[in-house]
Design a protein around this ligand. Structure first.
Ligand code: ZN
Length: 264
């Protein structure tokens, strides 16, 4: 098997581009914790960052403390697998790299307030706080990346309506948004209110592949990434007004490659 291809896509998650000053206290705590454990240090330089030598940690910055982490046995197995493969990819991912859920629907944003409160409703089951200041990695919504605050909020509405609502309806138990909107300037769709990172509390790692496949086959999305850090989470984005690329990727060690694959 060849070495991992690094997909330098402008909308890939760029957790590692967050400067230290931008990190939440929670993330900084994670960073400290991560220094004490065995993590993958990417050999590719990831998607380009001053933190490249440590990107195994910062790429994991969406990881949280209170979710299932690898047991020592699982970690040893993963380490052995990578060592046996010379530290490179151990197998081909699924060859299905395109979503089949279509383009989704546009949303009517109406008059979004200039300064909407956390309880401003984005969709029947999600309010603004749940996608911003109340996330595991919290950021208060703001105008940035050339978008007005109402435009960012409208993007979040489209994401909630087209992706998060049907996803939560299908898999409600333990559904959690680790990260939605983020402050910062860069390529990530999180900065534009177009992306969310999803975990389910207590869910076995093996179930993430099934759920990512379900998203791929049923929901409209711009980008779907099964992300491997200290745990697994699903990054999914929706581009209001489209077109949705339906791009399906797996990320591990800050490398991105087409298709879905479960690594641990
Ligand atoms: Zn993400």
């Amino acid at each position: 098997m060849g070495k991992w291809m690094v997909v330098k896509d402008q909308d890939n998650d760029d957790h590692d581009q967050r400067s230290t000053s931008n990190l939440s206290a929670h993330t900084q705590k994670n960073k400290v914790i991560a220094q004490g454990i065995n993590v993958y240090v990417g050999d590719s330089g990831g998607i380009g960052s001053a933190n490249a030598s440590f990107n195994g940690i910062l790429a994991d910055s969406d990881d949280v403390d209170d979710k299932p982490t690898l047991s020592p046995e699982q970690q040893a197995q993963v380490d052995a697998e990578f060592a046996a493969a010379g530290g490179v990819d151990t197998g081909a991912p699924s060859d299905t790299t395109q979503g089949s859920g279509g383009q989704g629907s546009n949303v009517i944003c109406g008059n979004v307030p200039s300064y909407p409160a956390d309880n401003y409703q984005l969709s029947p089951n999600f309010n603004l706080g749940q996608l911003s200041s109340k996330c595991i990695f919290p950021y208060r919504v703001a105008s940035q990346c050339g978008l007005s605050l109402p435009e960012v909020v409208c993007n979040l509405k489209a994401l909630c309506t087209n992706v998060l609502e049907p996803l939560k309806a299908r898999y409600p138990n333990g559904f959690r948004i680790n990260s939605g909107f983020r402050r910062g300037s860069g390529r990530s769709q999180h900065y534009r209110g177009m992306a969310a990172d999803i975990q389910w509390a207590g869910l076995a790692n093996s179930e993430y592949l099934t759920r990512a496949q379900w998203i791929r086959d049923h929901l409209p999305f711009d980008q779907l990434i099964m992300e491997h850090g200290r745990s697994i989470w699903i990054h999914v984005s929706f581009k209001r007004g489209g077109p949705q690329r339906g791009q399906v990727l797996t990320m591990i060690r800050n490398d991105y490659r087409p298709g879905l694959k479960l690594y641990y």
